[in-house]
Design a protein around this ligand. Structure first.
Ligand code: ADP
Length: 437
């Protein structure tokens, strides 16, 4: 079958050209034909250069043929050749992460230029280019390219302009691609929120019924005091209360995310609120020997906000600190007056632990819904079990509560280490008078 590239040649040269492809031609008309092909190809890649300039470039280029699966450009490597595809096709792909398959950026064919960035900057290859069929390419070395540029500044400017235009158009394609992916991700996130919301509502009704029956059972003579069933009834009540808490957390997260939560505006004493939360956690985790210390300034600030939401956020931060700190460790909660970014007065609450710490790559992701650092196998239904991962909603709630009050939440930790225990400090910074309340 006659190829596209060979269509440009006379029939009598066809066989010879295929056999000697990529070799230096020294004889008469054949050399002219090859030069003509180089020029027509260079014209495709560098539209805007005149014939003399193309001729000058053609002299420094060479045709080569590679088999399928040959790597022309290695992502991350410093390489000095750029290619224009004459025939065949290549796949341009990028490595996105250890656990993800390489992302195909585009498929290149005749007239496409690859590896051109190496011509204008000394940087590693940004993508891998692999031949997907047998491929004939026109190659040029960086040093030859630089020779041309030094000879003709006007041509240098033209080439830089053409190359930048090409890069800009590639960027545009990539941005459009990312915008599309973003739209899909936003929709998936909405679906996830809707699912949590429906699941939480569906669970709440039977849970209320269950609660009612258990309370009746507790009061009855068959299961009440002295019946021998008290322990079992108490266990069922504890279990339903825990499910209730999780269902409520699911609803809080969806409401905050969908901006449908009503944020109260009540003057709150942080000292009282924090001490109360710490007391509850000590009560809920008698088996854990993690000390919880609260340290308030002489004059503890009052601030206006939603006490129930703030209480939930503080609970999550302190309970997490206990959960990810081994027995014998310490959790310290401090508050201090600060100035917000817009110069209004604020308060910063820091929850510092002597626990396992957290690698930087997770610092912002842990505030997303369902994000878990460790394996889900570590999941535990106990609220304060050491390293017992929960449903992954706690910090999403903290972030949402901070946002709903016009504040921010973040974490600082030098990294994860279960021998040295570097610890983590979680911060919640809130304006004294929230703009949203
Ligand atoms: P979970 O229900 O899994 O505790 P969270 O949203 O509360 O969900 O926390 C998300 C992840 O953040 C946890 O799985 C844990 O890996 C990490 N994390 C939270 N608090 C701490 C902490 N104080 N120290 C170390 N890691 C923490």
């Amino acid at each position: 079958m006659e190829s596209e590239f060979s269509k440009t040649k006379g029939v009598c040269y066809y066989v010879v050209v295929v056999i000697y492809w990529g070799h230096e031609y020294t004889f008469g008309t054949m050399k002219e034909t090859i030069t003509y092909d180089k020029i027509s190809l260079l014209r495709l890649a560098f539209q805007g250069l005149d014939d003399d300039e193309l001729q000058e470039m053609a002299e420094l280029t060479e045709f080569r043929t590679y088999p399928p699966e040959h790597v022309l450009c290695h992502e991350g490597a410093y390489e000095d050749v750029f290619y224009i595809i004459a025939e065949g096709s290549v796949i341009i792909s990028k490595h996105l992460g250890d656990e993800e398959a390489d992302r195909v950026l585009r498929i290149g064919g005749r007239g496409d230029m690859v590896g051109e960035m190496a011509m204008i900057q000394n940087a590693p290859r940004a993508a891998t280019v692999r031949t997907s069929t047998e491929c004939t390419v026109l190659e040029m070395e960086k040093q030859d390219f630089e020779t041309i540029l030094s000879r003709s500044p006007r041509m240098a400017m033209d080439i830089i302009r053409i190359t930048l235009d090409r890069i800009r158009s590639n960027d545009k394609t990539m941005i459009e691609d990312l915008q599309k992916s973003n739209k899909v991700l936003r929709q998936l996130d909405r679906n996830k929120l809707e699912f949590i919301q429906v699941a939480a509502h569906e669970l709440r009704t039977p849970l209320t019924v269950l609660n009612g029956y258990v309370k009746v059972l507790k009061g009855s003579s068959q299961a009440g005091a002295g019946s021998g069933l008290e322990g079992i009834v108490a266990g069922i009540i504890k279990g339903t209360e825990r499910i209730h808490e999780i269902v409520n957390m699911m609803l809080d997260v969806t409401r905050i995310d969908a901006d449908t939560v009503k944020v109260g505006a009540v003057p709150i004493s942080l000292r009282l609120l924090i001490d109360d939360v710490a007391k509850n956690i000590r009560r809920d985790a008698p088996e854990r020997t993690v000390e919880i210390i609260t340290d308030h300034p002489q004059v503890s600030p009052f601030f206006t906000g939603d006490p129930s939401l703030i209480q939930k956020a503080l609970y999550q931060l302190i309970v997490n600190a206990v959960k990810y700190t081994p027995d014998g460790g310490k959790v310290t909660v401090t508050t201090r007056a600060v100035t917000m970014e817009d110069d209004t007065p604020g308060v910063e609450i820091a929850v510092k632990d002597t626990g396992i710490g957290l690698d930087t790559e997770h610092h912002s992701l842990i505030f997303e819904k369902f994000y878990q650092v460790g394996s889900v196998d570590l999941h535990s239904s106990g609220k304060t079990t050491y390293k017992g991962g929960g449903p992954g909603l706690g910090l999403a709630l903290v972030k949402g509560v901070a946002r709903a009050h016009g504040g921010i939440a973040w974490v600082e930790s030098v990294g994860h280490d279960e021998e040295i225990f570097p610890g983590s400090t979680f911060y919640l910074k809130l304006p004294l008078n929230s703009p949203n309340t």
